[in-house]
Design a protein around this ligand. Sequence first.
Ligand SMILES: Nc1nc2c(c(=O)[nH]1)N[C@H]1C(S)=C(S)[C@@H](COP(=O)(O)OP(=O)(O)OC[C@H]3O[C@@H](n4cnc5c(=O)[nH]c(N)nc54)[C@H](O)[C@@H]3O)O[C@H]1N2
Ligand SMILES: Nc1nc2c(c(=O)[nH]1)N[C@H]1C(S)=C(S)[C@@H](COP(=O)(O)OP(=O)(O)OC[C@H]3O[C@@H](n4cnc5c(=O)[nH]c(N)nc54)[C@H](O)[C@@H]3O)O[C@H]1N2
Ligand code: SF4
Ligand SMILES: [Mo]
Length: 758
Amino acid sequence: MDVSRREFLRYLAMSAAMAAISGTTGTDTALAASAQNEGPDTWVKGVCRYCGTGCGVIIGTRNGKAVAIKGDPANHNAGLLCLKGSLLLPVLNSPDRVTQPLLRKTKKDQLTPVSWDEALDFMAKKFRDSIDTYGPDSVAWYGSGQCLTEESYLANKIFKGGFGTNNVDGNPRLCMASAVGGYLTSFGKDEPMGSYADIDHATCFFIIGSNTSEAHPVLFRRIARRKQADPGVKIIVADPRKTNTARIADMHIAFRPGTDLALMNSMAWVMIHEELDNTRFWQKYVSFMNTDGQKVSFDAYRSFLEGYRPENVAKICRIPEKQIYEAAQIFAESPATMSLWCMGINQRVQGVFANNLIHNLHLLTGQICRPGATSFSLTGQPNACGGVRDAGALSHVLPAGRSITDPKHRAITEKLWNLPPGRISPKPGHHAVALFEAVGRNDVRALLICETNPAQTLPNLVKVQRALSFTEAFITCIEAFPDAITLRYADLILPPAFWCERDGVYGCGERRYALIEKAVEPPAGCRPTIETLIDFAKRAGVDPKLVDFTSAEDIWNEWRLFSKDTTYDFSGMTRERLRKESGILWPCPNEKHPGTPMRYVRGVDPVIPEKHPNKYFFYGKEDGRAVIWLRPYKGAAEEPDASYPFYLTSIRVIDHWHTATMTGKVPELNKANPEAFVEVNPEDAEAAGIKHGDIVVVETRRDLMKLPARVTDTCRPGLIAVPFFDPTKLVNRLFLDATDIASREPEYKICAARLRKP
Ligand SMILES: Nc1nc2c(c(=O)[nH]1)N[C@H]1C(S)=C(S)[C@@H](COP(=O)(O)OP(=O)(O)OC[C@H]3O[C@@H](n4cnc5c(=O)[nH]c(N)nc54)[C@H](O)[C@@H]3O)O[C@H]1N2
Ligand SMILES: Nc1nc2c(c(=O)[nH]1)N[C@H]1C(S)=C(S)[C@@H](COP(=O)(O)OP(=O)(O)OC[C@H]3O[C@@H](n4cnc5c(=O)[nH]c(N)nc54)[C@H](O)[C@@H]3O)O[C@H]1N2
Ligand code: SF4
Ligand SMILES: [Mo]
């Protein structure tokens, strides 16, 4: 293929960007680092502790201590790790851990060390008394997409089946809930149909609201390699910020925050008007629905899109009209288009709608269910998919895609869990934001928080901090590191075994389940969380038969068999197989099954009968058709105005993991971004007389904060951005807690702010 000079220059820039940005290391680097120590004598397989990419790792130990880490060449990451992953050992080996239970019996007391026995007895009595006096809905679990599958599954069973409350929620509500809502409404089943292998076949990447280069570095590297290998591959990045991801793009659409719903409807308008849609595909496999869930005709869809003509939408989005035409054309005409998105889409009051609109583009053009053609939601946390979405550890669902409000689903779950009929409450529990409101009102009186740090990461922290400071609720945190802000509000702190100090499964963003084997012993005093949960449940009066497990493997086997005869079926993934293989993609209905790279395709997806008449079958929907939704653009919950003229968004940086309790301990990671900052566009900086490094005041309707200004062209003019990792700058005090009405995911990505010199 002829490579023009312009493209050639772009390659050079891209290679430099890749090296500088993605910071991925191969096996050799990690090994070289370890060779300075004594070499390992044992290698144990696992999964990286951090992001939803779910890179396979191999951990080398010697004399019971982890001394080396490298990427697993047999897993999807082909031996690569990013810097965070390759610097996990300093976190694992850090002496800075919680190592004994700490209890305060009343809110006036100080936390003091107690034995595990005393801690668990006291906690169990608090939960039991609360349930006996105020009913089961006075207790709750607030979990995490970083817990092991066995932990999330067990906690879900104890709270929903044992205590009889659906107050089971967690940080995936802040993260993936809108993606779940999108897959469910568009396809009837949660989780992506494709897999990471699609990256190697895609000829167009439509990356919207994802800074893949910093948040999913190893996947970004795979995308960049794909582009380097084939100059015909096009990358379109739609993001109000010129991120490092956008810097390798062929086209960067820097729309005004929140207007991407208008953009995508407008792209659909172009596709239809330029006859770029795939009529044969949509006539057979798609139905059209309005927002009331009524089926409508294609013509109704077409006239709905008349409201999104490019000349008008260009003004709404404040982008060149030409970009809309070009993006639609490339998306539709490319042999295989893969969309990738993350929090820029999900963390919005229109999050589910925005997800639907991405799926629409794929369904309209037939860019779906072929190698490289897929609509792929990037997952944030390492086990949000496997542990929380699939195992149903959210307040409105049950394991394997079943629903709390469906009597049949409750009955099946009760049968599988050997519960008396009617044991599972028909009432959905509190979602994350509502849960902490209930804590503030003392409606929830005993709360168990595990592997998440909500006092830094919930939105509208002013309100959350008030709730946690004045509540009468007994708050227990299972937390590995003493610097987590949430511990300031804890009445009981329990020390867990961390990462590869216990065994269990992580399910990453591509439906891949992989085992983390135990590599080292936890520090004295720290216990695997499943032991803690089982022990606590028994003491709190839960029927011991419900928690009759002696190992994580026992729990895995129960859940594995539970999945049989559902569309999640992974009953073929025995522990034995997981020990040998580096992850398997479900469905995987028997021990010989290799796993499923693409769902909804006859002959590939084992859920579809062999003799099914159609090539594609969207079995999540009764009529087998996926849905194109008529979803209007409405704007953010809080748009800028004369008093608060800026858009404020919140972002991640490559070197830190969320609240930095782990990455903050690694000097190599911490030094790039030791503290929070605010990104300001040079135009805006000049207008306000702000220079790079100046301390400025960022103010919203909720709070104000002083931060050093980082003057760069990353944000479009009128937009400012802050990261949320810095525990000394709780920027979530600035953000509002408006949520999507369907997913209840908060709008962390947009609010109104003003910026000034102090
Ligand atoms: N280094 C690192 N990696 C991580 C994490 C981490 O903490 N650190 N966390 C993991 C987790 S849990 C998650 S959820 C993911 C998040 O991964 P990402 O979603 O990729 O990361 P963010 O930086 O939160 O936000 C992505 C982009 O959304 C854009 N955005 C802002 N407003 C809008 C809008 O209106 N529309 C659109 N389309 N985009 C908008 C922002 O400009 C930003 O570039 O990262 C995972 N990976
Ligand atoms: N402003 C803003 N806020 C956001 C977001 C945003 O984009 N903008 N994103 C939201 C999203 S997508 C997410 S996922 C959340 C993440 O928010 P959190 O989950 O609250 O943040 P983490 O720092 O990942 O918290 C994990 C906690 O678990 C502890 N830990 C580590 N290992 C273990 C272990 O083995 N066992 C136990 N028990 N504890 C352990 C860590 O020390 C840490 O305190 O933040 C949300 N908040
Ligand atoms: S890309 Fe994510 S999973 Fe892979 S090594 Fe980096 S942090 Fe870990
Ligand atoms: Mo997340």
